[in-house]
Design a binder for this molecule. Structure first.
Ligand SMILES: Nc1ncnc2c1ncn2[C@@H]1O[C@H](COP(=O)(O)OP(=O)(O)OP(=O)(O)O)[C@@H](O)[C@H]1O
Ligand SMILES: [Mg+2]
Length: 275
């Protein structure tokens, strides 16, 4: 479903690449966490998959398309198969909850009959059916994030890309968002989520890809957040595609909460990304 092969992203004028010869495969139905310190390349990886940025070198396939050679006119059709959620919600302030979600269907030409069915259904899924007529500024942060999630999934995307979707939320609300993501994943949507949230990553025991300085330093099938262990210390993985096994890798012994990793540095890059 997603294949990076020696992908490098070098921004003009930057001293070193944001991503440096990254190779990875993500299968249909996977739920993958992207972790790593601020500036390690997580958002860049997501933006490349969205084709908001173009790789400088290497091969990148997403949903059967070669993103290096895809003509621009084909990008919108590709993006329609993807949902995106950002940390800062990006809701339309003058539209209600219903209209915010409906808008993403209108722009792709869905009929009003379809919209009238699909929007309430997805609002029910995220627990906001009662608040369909509210404006974003009449909602809590967690509620706004659920609207953003509803908007991202209403078109039943094959792939959901989430860039720190719980970054501004308290732990309980974050847990709610993550349960929703799990539900969406169970319904068949592949999810790639960049996060700094140690608690979530440790609890879910999903595949974790850790970036450091634009390089993958860890790719564990079922793991916690912290410590890129030396290769020799890692739990042997007999079959790469094997799902849940019940055996915890050693590094999942991290304390559950309270201690923030060094990487939880608030981003200074973020402002530049918001385009
Ligand atoms: N448009 C750009 N031009 C130049 N350098 C950039 C650009 N976008 C990102 N970078 C650099 O690329 C590196 C990776 O940035 P990226 O936004 O992917 O990091 P991140 O892991 O998402 O960080 P954070 O956790 O803070 O969101 C950083 O060093 C950043 O400064
Ligand atoms: Mg980022």
């Amino acid at each position: 479903m997603i294949s990076f092969s020696n992908v490098t992203k070098q921004h003009k004028g930057a001293p070193k690449p944001a991503l440096d010869a990254v190779s990875l495969e993500i299968e249909r139905g996977d739920f993958v966490f992207l972790v790593g310190a601020s500036g390690s390349g997580k958002s860049t990886l997501l933006r490349l998959m969205l084709r908001e940025e173009i790789a400088s070198r290497g091969d990148l396939f997403v949903l059967g398309q070669n993103l290096v050679t895809i003509p621009s006119r084909k990008v919108p059709a590709l993006r329609r198969k993807m949902g995106v959620v950002f940390q800062d919600f990006r809701l339309l302030p003058n539209k209600t909850v219903f209209q915010n979600v409906a808008f993403s269907l209108e722009v792709i030409g869905k009929s009003s009959a379809y919209i009238a069915d699909a929007v309430p259904e997805v609002l029910r899924l995220v627990g906001l059916e009662e608040k369909a007529d509210r404006l974003p500024n009449e909602l809590s942060g967690g509620e706004q994030q659920r609207v953003a999630l509803a908007r991202a999934i209403v078109n039943k995307p094959d792939l959901l890309l989430a860039d720190e979707p719980t970054g501004n939320l308290d732990p309980a609300t974050s847990a709610g968002i993550v349960s929703l993501l799990e539900k969406i994943n169970q319904n068949g949507t592949t999810i790639v989520m960049a996060t700094h949230d140690v608690g979530i990553v440790d609890r879910l025991k999903r595949r974790v890809i850790e970036l450091r300085g634009g390089v993958i330093v860890r790719d564990d099938k079922k793991s916690g957040y912290e410590t890129a262990l030396p290769i020799t210390d890692q739990v042997p993985i007999s079959s790469d595609t094997e799902p849940e096994q019940g055996n915890e890798p050693e590094q999942a012994n991290e304390p559950e909460q309270g201690n923030e990793p060094e990487s939880r540095i608030s981003s200074t890059d973020q402002a530049e990304e918001q385009e």
